[in-house]
Design a protein around this ligand. Sequence first.
Ligand SMILES: Cc1cc2nc3c(=O)[nH]c(=O)nc-3n(C[C@H](O)[C@H](O)[C@H](O)COP(=O)(O)OP(=O)(O)OC[C@H]3O[C@@H](n4cnc5c(N)ncnc54)[C@H](O)[C@@H]3O)c2cc1C
Ligand code: FES
Length: 278
Amino acid sequence: MVAPPGRRLVEVTGNVASGSYRIFTALDTDGPAPRAGQFYMLAAGKHWAARDERPYLARAFSAAGATPVADGVRLEFLVEGVGPGTERLADLDPGEGLWITGPLGRPFSLPRELSREAAGAILVGGGIGIAPLAIWRRQLAEAGVAARVLLGFRDRAHAGGLDLFDCSEVRLASEDGHRGHRGYVTDLLSVLLDGDDASTAAVYACGPPAMLEAVRAMCSTCRVAAELAMEAPMACGFGACMGCAIPLADGGYMRLCVEGPVVNADRIETALVRGSGH
Ligand SMILES: Cc1cc2nc3c(=O)[nH]c(=O)nc-3n(C[C@H](O)[C@H](O)[C@H](O)COP(=O)(O)OP(=O)(O)OC[C@H]3O[C@@H](n4cnc5c(N)ncnc54)[C@H](O)[C@@H]3O)c2cc1C
Ligand code: FES
């Protein structure tokens, strides 16, 4: 999947609240449709540095959805405002311009590509990290692969995006108990991995570093194939700045923007990456 070179200006077509997050959509008339796990570098067409005049870079965003339409691909993004860039993107109005570069990075692999025995998928999302799992669930369904979805949130003020999922298929956890199981989403994963599912499923996770590390350790112990969609500070998004390098178990490094953001869990010793998470 090769992104067109350079950034291109697309039109924002919608922006709605979803819990405490927002889902905004844009029409990409030129690019290929993204595969699940891929991301875009995004910047508002206007007033990108308006708040404090800080000239800041485009921000990395997972594709949360992609729907072919008559004149291109309708892209969906899920955003949590945590700073000037995400707050500006959360404020985009329909009709505004949005600079996009992408789709970028390595996508998720099908269960059978990760393990010969893996027939189904377990998707584990935490907080804003549920975004790439929404598009992955849809693409798995199109490929005829069964997927169970486990989503966890810290509290009501940091929860949303369920509109991107068919809720009847989703099991929820929240640390404050406002939705689903009171506790961590990894408690739900532990139940599945203790059952018969360990040998027949591949696990796909995206969320805060501590959650990803818990998933990595559980899957390593149970010998379950797993891919983690990881985050690191990304300045360029296409391999030029080295800002996103993370250490590998074999002693080397990978640039998360080109060799990730989806990483086979076996390749890393820990998902607790410096500078990631907020
Ligand atoms: C591959 C990838 C996909 C992402 N997908 C999404 C998404 O779908 N939706 C979404 O809302 N956010 C996503 N993010 C995170 C988003 O890019 C950052 O939150 C954003 O860059 C913060 O910019 P800011 O100007 O709002 O805040 P800043 O002022 O730059 O930062 C605010 C806080 O966020 C932390 N932070 C900044 N950049 C990152 C980062 N890359 N990863 C983790 N923490 C960071 C900072 O340490 C600080 O605590 C993704 C990041 C990556 C690398
Ligand atoms: S973000 Fe620049 S090399 Fe990865």
